[in-house]
Design a protein around this ligand. Structure first.
Ligand code: MEV
Length: 439
């Protein structure tokens, strides 16, 4: 029987591995050996990775791929993508090449505003709280001056502090709703430090405000934290071409393809079941670049899905139109990214990914990420409304199936050639593999 463990975090890495392998795996020796296979032989490098998180027992690898030929605002990029799903990098590369010959992607950053809130409970007269807030607003700025000095010098800092009365939603609930410009940093630490100082100032000043009665003086801070919902930290990416330039597949006319893509987007706009999968495909591209560049994909995911629901119903992140013979396809998405600080200065592969992207500013990275999302959606829709997704997907998945079956390199080569002209399904691959083995 497995019993709880005290002080797991205090064990050495070796002891942690021994404990987990002995208590939770059926073949402890095998587990231990495998966990070590994934260690880096460069001990300094391994230590760096060990220290990213707590209780590290090994490294978890994801492939890092490159999707080349992305023309973005007339500059050529090769985009690094970290992802486990086959087809994603291939689809991105295909879409990049397709649009390369049609003017490439055009992008614009529509805003860079980050958000943070101090959530608090105030029981008393709302008008008095407003007067108090106006009075202490300069103090909120002055008491964070030290924290913001360096950011301010570079052109960023706190851009706005508002008092918001949320008592219609929740009794006695108010906020300081604050906005920030954090330049090339994602800004989480900067924002949270400012917010925690605001909270202290708010509480301290309330005790000194003579117009408050005893209950009103007792402001209760619930929490101070940035928001990953950043609807004004927004980027737009777009592609367009003459309708007749859209056709590549002889089985469907350009007009029909354009119409079907617009129809597919329209369905995703009105039908949440489809919108979720449509947007999941977009996130295939976005998350892969976010991961490769050392950004926080959970934050980006949460913010983007909230944005997709901003009308009250979950909808498509992309849009498409046909007007005056022009097919246009675009995306507008919010994201708070950093190209300095955090993992960007630490993880060697992240540094290389950023170098491959020509050391982008946070704004440039927002544009690259939006393009990766748009390209992914274009590739998915083009397959879905023509051949279906499985044809390309299963071709890409072939190697995974062959690896699962334990095929050798020669067998993989032979079967890849065979499946160039045969339909890939799990059972078709298994039986072709068995046949090859028994021949
Ligand atoms: C698979 O990872 C993503 C797709 O399902 C996206 C879509 O349906 O649009 C192909």
């Amino acid at each position: 029987m497995i019993t709880p463990i005290e002080g797991f975090s205090k064990l050495t890495k070796e002891e942690k591995i021994n404990w987990i392998a002995a208590n939770y795996t059926t073949n402890p020796e095998n587990t231990k050996a495998f966990l070590k296979v994934y260690w880096n032989s460069d001990l300094q490098l391994q230590k760096l990775h060990d220290e990213f998180i707590e209780n590290t027992i090994s490294n978890y690898y994801l492939p890092l791929g490159i999707a080349p030929n992305f023309l973005i605002n007339n500059k050529l990029y090769a985009i690094p993508m970290a992802i486990e799903e086959s087809s994603v990098v291939a689809a991105a590369s295909k879409a990049a090449k397709f649009w390369l010959g049609r003017g490439g992607f055009k992008t614009t950053v529509l805003g860079t505003e980050k958000v943070g809130q101090v959530h608090f409970i105030y029981t008393g007269d709302a008008k008095k709280l407003e007067r108090f807030f106006i009075l202490i607003k300069p103090v909120l700025f002055s008491e964070t001056a030290e924290l913001t000095a360096s950011m301010k010098k570079r052109g960023g800092g706190i851009t706005k502090i508002e008092l918001r009365n949320k008592t219609n939603e929740l009794a006695n609930y108010y906020q300081l709703h604050c906005t920030f410009e954090t330049l090339d940093a994602m800004g989480a630490n900067f924002i949270n430090s400012c917010l925690e100082q605001f909270a202290k100032t708010l509480k301290k000043e309330a005790l000194l405000f003579s117009a408050f009665d005893a209950t009103e003086k007792n402001i209760e801070i619930v929490m101070s934290i940035l928001s990953n919902y950043v609807p004004n930290c927004l980027v737009r990416a777009e592609v367009s071409c003459k309708i007749e330039e859209l056709q590549e597949n002889p089985n469907i006319s350009s007009e029909k393809l354009a119409q079907k893509i617009v129809q597919a987007v329209t369905i995703a706009k009105v039908e949440p079941y489809r919108a979720v999968t449509h947007n999941k495909g977009i996130m295939n591209g976005i998350d892969a670049v976010i991961l490769a560049t050392g950004n926080d994909f959970r934050a980006i995911e949460a913010g983007i899905h909230a944005y997709a629901s901003r009308s009250g119903s979950y909808t498509s992140l992309t849009d498409a139109s046909i007007e005056n013979g022009i097919f246009k396809f675009w995306i507008e998405i919010p994201m708070a990214l950093g190209t300095v600080g955090g993992l960007t200065n630490l993880h060697p592969l992240v540094k290389i990914a950023l170098e491959i992207l020509q050391k982008p500013t946070a704004e440039e990275l927002m544009q690259i990420v939006a393009v990766a999302g748009l390209a992914q959606n274009f590739a998915a829709l083009r397959s879905l409304v023509t051949t279906g997704i499985q044809e390309g997907h299963m071709k890409m998945h072939l190697l995974n199936i062959l690896n699962q079956l334990g095929a050798t390199e020669t067998e993989k080569e032979q079967l890849t050639t065979y499946f160039k002209t045969h339909t890939v399904t799990h059972s078709a691959v298994a039986s072709a593999y068995n046949k090859l083995k028994n021949d």
